[in-house]
Design a protein around this ligand. Structure first.
Ligand SMILES: Cc1cc2nc3c(=O)[nH]c(=O)nc-3n(C[C@H](O)[C@H](O)[C@H](O)COP(=O)(O)OP(=O)(O)OC[C@H]3O[C@@H](n4cnc5c(N)ncnc54)[C@H](O)[C@@H]3O)c2cc1C
Length: 388
């Protein structure tokens, strides 16, 4: 089998892989990206967080994204029964971008991957990573190209950006069960035909089921009159609905009058899809010669390692990354338990607290100047008690 060498090898050309490739090219590194699929390809995760704009900009891809014509986004709206509230991310506690886009991922991911290529990264589509060996001096992966031939790549550094593919966690036995209950999502794109003035297209809309606190829907408008529509719920709940996924989603939407009414003229022209049990955990975010990609902001570690400095990957990479993830986890858990929903729908919120919450919804979960980041558990439980 042929063996090639690479400076940086990235698994996956989703947003994380492409942005990482752009950032590393800016550091002058040679980058090879192996991507299993042919682009454009469908993916989920269409309402970007403003915080991610900082990395798109740093990777030199801002102009590509702005010129692609995606739907502008400035916040999030929440609906439960007859209650409606919205957050404008330009009015938030943390500094940084307050606006972003809602994107069809097939197009968006392709725009970023082409941005990485324009900056000199090599992206090989339809090249799947099959196995990895991290026991030698340098990590080595075995991949299969579109012609069916397998080959090896030995890299100075390996980054796993395989997202839902979870390549290194699976191959290196890094997976640990998630403590989130098993949830699933059913989703599609529709031509929404919402009545004029009824839908703020600049915001993702999150609608809560009138009876089940753990069931919620997203509507993410795009710039072409279409919108992404999905429901997230515990598996047991979704399993009650039989038939094709489109029929199941239609039946669940019907249960929530405000949403059913918003979408009463929608054209359901795309078969729905589903995703189940996507929550996952890992034992470690790094190992000898490799790291799992999370927040591309921690990239100075790779630069320092390349410059011959000793990097404490746990302290300098994993710990800061996990801190923000833990903040999100606190809010997500509280959302499903109902407490954070009471905060969101409270009729008389304090403007200062709202700006702090707005920052977290916009993705600024690493800004420890925000008290709801620095002490998220304690602060949120006090706030829940006050709002209850
Ligand atoms: C229900 C749901 C709703 C979501 N909504 C949002 C949202 O509104 N906004 C948001 O920001 N995020 C959202 N997310 C999260 C978002 O989908 C992910 O964070 C995002 O897609 C991760 O991007 P990524 O680049 O890390 O991975 P991915 O987008 O998964 O890309 C990974 C790439 O790796 C490739 N790959 C996989 N295996 C291999 C292999 N063996 N060899 C080579 N290549 C491989 C894949 O083909 C893929 O192209 C949502 C997630 C879920 C489950």
């Amino acid at each position: 089998m042929k063996t090639e060498s690479a400076d940086i090898l990235i698994i996956g050309a989703g947003p994380a892989g492409s942005v990482a490739a752009g950032l590393l090219r800016k550091q002058g590194r040679d980058v090879l990206v192996l991507e299993r699929e042919q682009f454009p390809r469908f993916s989920i995760g269409e309402s970007l967080l403003p915080q991610s704009m900082e990395y798109i900009e740093a990777a030199g891809m801002l102009q590509d994204v702005v010129e692609a014509g995606f739907q502008y986004k400035n916040g999030a709206a929440f609906v439960r029964g007859d209650k409606y509230t919205d957050f404008d991310f330009r009015d938030k506690f943390s500094p940084g971008w307050g606006t972003t886009f809602q994107v069809q991922r097939a197009h968006f991911d392709h725009v970023l991957a082409r941005g990485a290529e324009r900056q000199g990264a090599t992206v090989r589509y339809r090249h799947e990573v099959l196995s990895v060996d991290t026991t030698g001096e340098q990590p080595e992966v075995t991949a299969r190209g579109p012609d069916g031939e397998t080959y090896r790549v030995r890299a100075r550094f390996l980054l796993d950006a395989s997202g839902f593919g979870r390549v290194l966690p699976r191959l290196l036995d890094l997976e640990t069960p998630s403590n989130f209950p098993k949830r699933g999502a059913i989703f599609t794109h529709v031509q929404d035909r919402t009545p004029p003035g009824s839908f703020d297209r600049n915001k993702i809309r999150v609608t809560v089921h009138p009876e089940h606190v753990h069931v919620w829907y997203w509507t993410i408008p795009f710039s072409d009159g279409r919108c992404s529509l999905g429901v997230v719920a515990k598996m047991e709940y979704l399993e009650q609905y039989k038939g094709e996924d489109t029929e199941r989603l239609q039946a669940i939407v019907k249960e929530t009058p405000s949403l059913a009414n918003l979408l009463k003229d929608a054209v359901w022209d795309t078969p729905a899809r589903k995703l189940t049990g996507y929550a996952a955990n890992v034992k470690s975010l790094w190992g000898p010669g490799f790291a799992l990609l999370g927040n591309a902001g921690e990239f100075h570690c790779i630069r320092r390692a390349h410059a011959g400095e000793t990097v404490d990957w746990e302290k300098d990479y994993a710990k800061p990354l996990k801190a923000g993830v833990d903040t999100f986890r606190t809010f997500v858990e509280s959302w499903y338990a109902g407490g954070f929903q009471q905060v969101i729908f409270h009729p008389n919120p304090s403007p200062d607290v709202r700006r702090m919450i707005s920052a977290i919804l916009a993705g600024y979960a690493w800004d420890t100047n925000n008290p709801y980041v620095a002490e998220s558990k304690r602060r949120l439980s006090v706030l829940e008690a006050v709002c209850a």
